[in-house]
Design a protein around this ligand. Structure first.
Ligand code: ADP
Ligand code: MG
Length: 251
């Protein structure tokens, strides 16, 4: 099957500073693809390129193509709002809105025009169930999202993304602000979500990449040094720099 997303010949600049160099990488459908590499190597920039979140940064410029279902998301007539509906994002710091749990999850559907209460009830429950949070919050849907624990907040943010029925979920170090138990719950959740969604995750936690992803790309100062099956990257890296990184010699 053709990959859900294909990055082809991407160069990326912040003003004159080139932070991604001729990147070619695939994100197979209903698989988890991890992007690993030391701080500042361009992981977040690469992830944000997948739903044009860098567009809002002044001086940011991308060359090359990012194909979603074989359509270049950088073509001038592409509808960016629709793109971000198809490719949702979860951030490093859980960022619920200062609203109720219900209103956090209903936010996207309301923005997209859903008004019927019965339909909103349905979407909120379904999304919270998918995010493995429903049982913990079902009696408190009108409590503030900010009153939840960090791990619950991150699952709330995942539910908020799921409510707009995306095809791809981008996660930028989604567990780095979480304790080990909450991290494990998010990792378990990712395994469930990949039945239905294509997932791209940035992580500087190599154990997490090795445990949870199907494919891994190793980025070093803007170069994709190595990309392949996670099992192979971690057991038989082809490049010395990959080997040095995964064995903890730097980074
Ligand atoms: P990572 O996520 O791997 O830590 P980033 O993609 O955040 O790396 O950053 C890659 C490089 O781009 C770094 O040198 C960083 O300083 C630079 N950079 C990131 N965001 C911006 C920005 N908004 N403006 C200018 N430079 C940026
Ligand atoms: Mg980053």
């Amino acid at each position: 099957m053709d990959p859900k997303i294909k990055i082809r010949g991407v160069n990326f600049f912040y003003h004159k500073h080139q932070v991604l160099k001729n990147i070619n990488m695939d994100f197979p459908e209903r698989q988890i693809t991890a992007i690993i590499g030391p701080s500042g190597c361009g992981k977040s920039t690469l992830l944000r390129a997948l739903n044009r979140m860098n567009d809002i940064v002044s001086g940011a410029r991308l060359e090359g193509a990012v194909l979603l279902d074989n359509e270049n998301i950088y073509s001038p007539n592409l509808d960016v709002v629709n793109l971000r509906k198809r490719v949702g994002m979860v951030f490093q710091q859980p960022n619920p809105f200062p609203k109720s749990i219900f209103d956090n999850v209903a936010f996207g559907p309301r923005m997209l025009g859903t008004t019927a209460q019965s339909r909103l009830d349905e979407v909120v429950e379904k999304s919270l169930r998918q995010a493995a949070l429903w049982d913990e919050v079902k009696d408190n849907l009108h409590k503030s999202g900010l009153a939840l624990s960090g791990g619950q907040q991150q699952r709330l943010c995942i539910a908020r993304v799921l409510a707009i029925e995306p095809e791809v979920i981008l996660m930028d170090e989604p567990c780095s602000a979480l304790d080990p138990v909450s991290t494990m719950r998010i990792e378990e959740l990712m395994q469930e979500l990949k039945q239905n969604y294509t997932i791209a995750i940035v992580t500087h936690n190599m154990q997490q990449a090795a445990r949870s992803s199907d494919w891994t790309g190793f980025l070093l100062t803007g170069d994709l040094v190595e990309y392949g099956r996670t099992g192979e990257i971690f057991s038989r890296p082809r490049d010395k720099r990959t080997e040095d990184y995964i064995t903890g010699r730097f980074g």
